[in-house]
Each structure stands twice: as C-alpha cells, then as structure tokens.
Design a protein around this ligand. Structure first.
Ligand SMILES: NC(=O)c1ccc[n+]([C@@H]2O[C@H](COP(=O)([O-])OP(=O)(O)OC[C@H]3O[C@@H](n4cnc5c(N)ncnc54)[C@H](O)[C@@H]3O)[C@@H](O)[C@H]2O)c1
Length: 473
C-alpha cells in the first residue's frame, strides 16, 4: 500500500520505517529541510535503537523516501498519517497548530480520496477540527465531493523500544465514526495492519472520541503508577522500609502486575508530562476536574527535586565550592530525547545553588548540553556545567554522584575507581541501581529512593514513631 507520513520525528520515522519493512511504499515528509537532508544523506535526525538499520535496508530496497513536498506526499499516499508534535501550551492544553496546519496543507493538494489517519496525541474533538480544515480548503477550491475520511489511530510506542512496540503491538486502537465510507476505510486500514492480526486480532475499533481519549487515559494511568510508587517510596524512606521489597510484594498480585512500579526521580519525556497536563486542561474546559491526575502531576514535580533535597540534607543549602557528577541526562535510557527530562530540573537546581556540575550521558551528550544551555539564563551558571566524555571523568573529584538515568552502562561501575577519584564518597541513586548494603560496605554514603533514608530522615521519623508507639528506633 502507498503510505505518506507527515512529521519525520520519533513517531513518524518509526511508523514509516516499520511500515516499509512490512512491504508498504512509504513517503515521509517534514517541513524541517535539514531533517529531510539528513535522511536523504542516509543519516537519522534522532536516535532510536535499530532504526538506522531499518531505514538503510528499506531505503536500499526502494520502499522509503523522504521529501519536503506536501504536494508529492498527498499525491503518493492512499493513507496519509499525521504524526507531528502536539506540545503543551501555556495553560497545559495541547497545541494543535501543527496538526491543523498540516490538515489545511493536505486539503490544498487533495485531488482524490484519501484516508487521513491522525497519529499525533490530540484532545477529543481534534478529528472533527482536522476534518473541518480539510473541507474548508476543498470548499475554497470549489470541490464539494467527499475526498477524505479522518480517523484516529493513537500511537503507543515507547522511545528506546519503539520498533519492537510498533512491530509487536499489544493493541492498535482505531477510532472511526459511522460514515458512507466506513466499510471501504475499515477494509483498507485492516489490510494496512493485517500483519499484526495474524496471530490474533490486535486492532480495536471504536468511535473517534473514545480513541482520542484512550491515548490520554493510557498515559495518565501509567504516570499514576509512577507517582504512586514514588509516594510510597518517600514514605518508605521515612519509615525505614524498602521500596524494592514492596515493589516485588505488590507486583506479584496479578491484578497489579510487575510493570511500571519503579520509584525514581520522576517521569519526563515528550509524552507523560504534556499528556497529563492536557488531560487536566481538557477536564477543566468541560467544567470538571481530574483530581487524581492533578495529584500525579504535583507528586512528579516534587519528585524531580528529591535528589537535590537529599544533597541539601547532607551539605546544607549552599553548594558553592562543591562538584557534583550527574550520570544520565536523557529522560530515559536508549534515547537522546531531553524533553522534560528530570536531569534538566536537577542540573538547574545544582547550578543555582552554586555547584559545579559534570554530567555524562552515553548518547545524549550534545542534546544534554543544548538543553542546559536552553534552560540556563545566567551565563555564570552555565560556566559551571560541562558534559564529560566518560562516566568516570564526570565523577572525578566529585563531592557526590547522582544517578539520574538508568543506562545499562551505569549498572555495574567499578566502585574502586570511583573511590579513588571522588572527593567525597556519596552516591545519590535516583534509579535504585545499587544495593544499599553493598555500597555501604564499600565505604560509600548511599541514598536510593525509598530504600531507607540513610542520610537523616529515617533517624528523625523513627524517633517520632518510637515516642508515639514505643517501637525500637
Ligand atoms: N515520542 C513518543 O514517544 C510518542 C509516543 C506516542 C505518541 N506520540 C505523539 O506523537 C506526536 C509526534 O511526536 P514525536 O515525538 O514524533 O514528535 P517530534 O517532535 O519528534 O516530531 C514531529 C515532527 O513533525 C514535524 N512537523 C511539524 N510541523 C510540520 C508540518 N507543518 N509539516 C511537516 N512536518 C511538520 C517536525 O519538524 C518534527 O520533525 C505527538 O503528538 C506525540 O505526543 C509521541
């Protein structure tokens, strides 16, 4: 089938590469000429494991091409995906300018019937607005025929595992309302995705509004699990309990399951923060409130500053003269995406308090530096930040090491090297990568998340409990 994909970002390129891999003829279009030039020169503007190989193979075999021409893209695709960004606006709602601009641009070039598939994450009612933009353009050209059908097909891939997620989806949600084209479009979309339905049906059909809301509900649910576990972890710290034991204890209940139960420095990335914000705003627009999701967001904002709070317990409020190593800048491993990464909040807090920061990320070195430059208004602060070229050089002479992203390469560092090179032996582990006892035996002061607060709080809380309930402190 001939497919066009508007937006050559994380979603667009993975969708394009994977559909080409299944034998479809794909054309990816982006209005960023530099991105298209990179793609046409056999490069990739983003990092996603396995994507380079996929692109090279399909480009060589002539199944994928890249353009900046909307006219060509509209001409090419029987099915046209919209996969452009929907960032947050000031009030938290989703900014639909890119989606609606693309809809109008498609409308300007439509000559025969196309299925328009919205893959961007968009609030309920957007399909209708896309439809209106398309129709307005047709009307301007005096065309009254029904030349399109707009359907919703939200994307659930995870950066870092996006190809596997696309190729082995749990489900493919498709929203389409009843229309004269229903049968034909249903057939075409089922055919498009038929490779995924061979074992059992993974396409789930519903009305457009439900499909649009399904995406937000899924992300809000996942974000809720993270914030919930972070709250339990913070309580565990106070009570001297261990979140990792609790995680295993509750995950074994099949109704809960083991996934998405890891406490840490909070969620970031291009989806959870903006999608929870947009959902909250959608409810407000309807005169309602998302009380749970609002709490989830508040907990997450606080969690992003937790590592710095731990350092304050240890060093006091002023970090002047101290050097901190930050391991991991990307919002999660296996991606170079810095959008809303917790590292950004942490680095800013450290710099504001006078610290020198040396960060290392196996992949997002340039992106990390660019993000810090973007966030730091004060030139003097920026001078105290640099990206190191290895994890150990970042930690050299550091007064504490902060583990922020759980890259595999950080799982088993040589602690002897760290002992010799660090100025003070303190590890604040925002991803619970290390065993507290092991680290203490090695001579480190160690603080994980919810693994008993070794630094101060457990002592205070136990004193309070001991007074109240006479349990041994
Ligand atoms: N990144 C993820 O993990 C993920 C997962 C699921 C859903 N989503 C959703 O998918 C959508 C896209 O996300 P992304 O991460 O791929 O975004 P992205 O920023 O990586 O890519 C968007 C691309 O669209 C291009 N674009 C913008 N306006 C355009 C126009 N008028 N014409 C042509 N191209 C245009 C941009 O240049 C950019 O390359 C968002 O709504 C997002 O919420 C993202």
């Amino acid at each position: 089938m001939k497919i066009s994909i508007v937006g050559a970002g994380y979603v667009g390129l993975v969708t394009g590469g994977c559909l080409a891999e299944l034998g479809h003829q794909v054309m990816c279009i982006d209005n960023d000429a530099a991105k298209i030039a990179t793609l046409n020169a056999a490069g990739l503007p983003i990092y996603e494991p396995g994507l380079q190989e996929l692109m090279t193979r399909n480009r060589t075999e002539g199944r994928i091409q890249f353009t900046t021409s909307m006219a060509d893209a509209v001409e090419h695709g029987e099915v046209i995906f919209i996969a452009v960004g929907t960032p947050s606006m000031e009030d938290g709602s989703a900014d639909l300018q890119h989606v609606l601009t693309v809809a109008s641009q498609i409308g300007r070039h439509l000559k025969k019937f196309k299925v328009i598939v919205n893959k961007s994450t968009v609030p309920v009612g957007t399909a209708y607005r896309v439809q209106k933009c398309l129709q307005d353009e047709l009307t301007k050209r005096g065309i009254q025929d029904s030349l399109f059908e707009v359907i919703s097909n939200p994307e659930f891939l995870k950066e870092g595992a996006a190809i596997k997620d696309f190729m082995q989806p749990d489900r493919i949600v498709i929203g389409m309302d009843k229309s004269p084209n229903y049968q034909a479009v249903h057939q075409k979309v089922e055919l498009l995705y038929s490779s995924f339905n061979r074992h059992h049906a993974r396409t789930i059909w519903m009305d457009v509004r439900s499909a649009e809301l399904t995406k937000y509900a899924a992300n809000a649910m996942l974000a809720t699990r993270i914030s919930f576990m972070n709250e339990i972890a913070n309580l565990s710290d106070l009570l001297g309990a261990d979140i990792d034991s609790i995680r295993r204890g509750i995950g074994a209940d099949q109704r809960i399951g083991h996934d998405f139960l890891y406490a840490g420095t909070g969620y970031g990335g291009s989806c959870f923060p903006k999608d929870t914000r947009a959902l909250i705003q959608t409810a407000l627009d309807c005169g309602s409130q998302m009380k749970v999701v609002t709490a989830v967001e508040n907990v997450n904002d606080q969690q992003k500053t937790l590592l710095v709070s731990r350092l304050i317990q240890y060093f006091g409020e002023d970090f002047s003269g101290l050097k901190f190593a930050v391991w991991g800048m990307a919002f999660k491993p296996n991606t170079d995406d810095m959008r809303e990464a917790p590292s950004r909040v942490i680095v800013q807090e450290l710099l504001k308090r006078g610290a020198t920061v040396s960060a290392f990320d196996p992949l997002a070195s340039n992106e990390g530096l660019e993000a810090v430059k973007h966030d730091t208004a004060n030139e003097a602060h920026l001078k105290r930040f640099h990206m190191a070229d290895s994890a150990y050089s970042a930690a050299s002479k550091a007064d504490a090491l902060l583990v922020v992203t759980e890259w595999k390469t950080f799982h088993h560092p040589d602690f002897e090297i760290l002992k010799e090179s660090m100025n003070q032996l303190l590890i604040v582990d925002g991803r619970n990568l290390y065993e507290p006892q092991l680290l203490q035996d090695l001579g480190f002061a160690y603080q994980g998340i919810g693994r008993r607060n070794q630094l101060a709080l457990t002592f205070k809380a136990n004193q309070r409990l001991a007074q109240k309930e006479e349990i041994p402190a």
